[in-house]
Design a protein around this ligand. Sequence first.
Ligand code: ADP
Ligand code: ZN
Length: 745
Amino acid sequence: MYCRVIVDIVHENVAKPFTYRIPEGMELVPGQRVAIPFGHREKEGIITELTEESDIEPEKLREVLHPLEEYAAVPPELMALAEEMARKAHCPPAETLRLMIPAQMRGGRIHARTERTARRTVSETEGHAALEKARPGSKRRKLLELLTDGEEHTIRELSEQVRDPGEALKKLQQDGLIRIENRETMRSPAGIYAEPKDPGYALTEGQKEALEEILPGLKKGEGRFLLHGVTGSGKTEVFMKAVRETLKEGKCAIILVPEIALTPQMVAWFRGRFGSVAAVIHSRLSAGERYDEWRRIRQGEARVVIGARSAVFSPVEKLGLIVVDEEHESTYLNDRQPRYDTREVAASRCGREKAVLILASATPSILSFARARRGDYTLLEMPCRVQGRPLPEVEIVDMRRELERGNRTVLSGVLRKALKECTARGEQAILLMNRRGYNSFVSCRSCGYVVKCPKCDISMTYHLGSSDGMLRCHYCGEERRPPETCPECGGHYIRYFGAGTQKVEEEVHRLLPGVETVRMDYDTTSGKDGHGKILEEFRSRRASILIGTQMIAKGLDFPQVTLVGVVAADLALNLPDYRSRERAFQLFTQAAGRAGRGQHSGRVILQTYKPEDPVIHFAAGQDYRAFFESEFRRRRNGLYPPFTVLGRVLAESGTEEAADRAAEEADRRIREILAGHPEWQRKVLTVLKDTPSVKYLKGQFRKHVVIKALVSTETDAFFGAVTELAAAGAEGAEIRFEINPATMM
Ligand code: ADP
Ligand code: ZN
């Protein structure tokens, strides 16, 4: 018997499986991990198939050393998925296979935790006889007494009764009276599980209608849905009911949420609803806990998985349902190699494993909504909030007027008044400021000089607090003291412009002394459980106002919030990216959606210097359809995705010349490839060598070649060739090829 093995080395030359002989008596299955000799070393690999014959001469064949686990770590469906992903991402399968198991399993860096146990092996009478013979008061006698019940006892438990029982136990084993063994145990991250609870809501019409479509699909094992439900329409309850049904059918479910949504409350909530059949995977788990949750899933003990994007690879058997909540979130795109889109992976798994897919959002991505309209997904709409609660009213405040009136602060008169009233009523407010820090940048009023990071060519941000009065680069963390005089012209008029979360917080304190606030941004959430603590502070109502960046706009449910202020809407609208309008609309709508989720109705104030911008209007009217139509048209006219695919070869180097040369060379080779393939050439709209808007980052100069092409199989093939080109590397520069990257900056 032979087997084909993908060796765990990511290199083009090792991309194909290698054949090994299976030693006599060794039982192996596809998907199982094995130790194998490779070159002069021992390596790990995964079996792709077992074969009766080999394509290699017998004397050259080497043997599998031993299996790494008793079972297939990667079940067949995930083996197929890894293969498909590798093909699509133009990378060796070893790379996609790594996604399928916890990272620390590779290289044997983590093991199942075991505990040593002892149990009697001889009959009760023999045990008793041995006990009688043992010296009274001896460790041996005490141990035999403890083990008379014939049950398995952990050594830890025995040590509580007998001090240092090691030697005595060893002797008992040598005498053939007991057996000492290692038993696997689980590190359970949640400790004790709460009793499963169901709040037993009377479902809304929208929830009922959605479930009427989804539930029959679950029985048949088919259906792809886009659940478009306004904020507060109770989408989570729909997932819960769908998961219930999936479990009833004897199948498993995976629920994907953005990492930020995996707060301790959320975790407790899922555990509360599904008890120990739920596994929750999030970044706060230790490697050991993560591994044990993975094993609970692999062994079928956990049948509902809740986690961020990597949970899509959970090795559940009999998959019945995958939910992608807040499907518009850009975190579902994995930017690192191997690149993948979680939504596509989920769709592929559901197709292969006959499971139902639900994508859900209040603001679906343009791509998903376009697909639903084309009929690829069944569109389910929930246009009303639960319990007939109204959507919050949105008011637009023209900040240019404020300036005319002499208000130079970041808070308009309307927002000031609303904050006062809201806190006076004992309710809570959220202020969204899409930029961290205190002031956005420091510049010279005389000559216009702006203080930039010496490593990144990005203006530095002024911070107060822990890094008192320092300028910090948000890309690389570089810090420096603000200059007293302008280094360019020597002028003394160095001024601070714009504002960040810190500045907003300071203004609120001035306006409402004594009112407690919490701030949530990259600077305050860096600790292990930074998010959780801040949100808890707000949830428990110790703080009345939550100030933060886009982090706070996502899926949070605080019933006491009646006021949401978007302090500077323009910040989100003006990013140099074709998706900035989509992101801005999502941000405003999601932020507005945090208001009025409880008994009291909500109010939203949107401050902008561009009140005439259509995106501001669509967001104010919470009119997703109108926004979609306008954006869809704009993308079609401008030939942006989903009508085209964007790719870019990014070259980075310590010197500008080397980066430029690498980009130049890539550009030349790309044109050469196209010249040789007229059928590819026809699908390509532009190939442009250019300097990205961030031209210097973390000490590296950057150049890129941007490619825009029509969506087609020819483009896939062409991009495959460009991927290979980039993988071959460049002289004096790092180069890589990105397809539809999360940012083009
Ligand atoms: P969405 O994700 O659609 O914004 P959530 O799923 O967070 O909304 O639900 C909002 C709130 O409504 C939650 O507190 C939830 O427990 C509650 N809820 C859900 N369904 C119902 C219902 N049928 N009746 C009453 N409350 C509900
Ligand atoms: Zn920097």
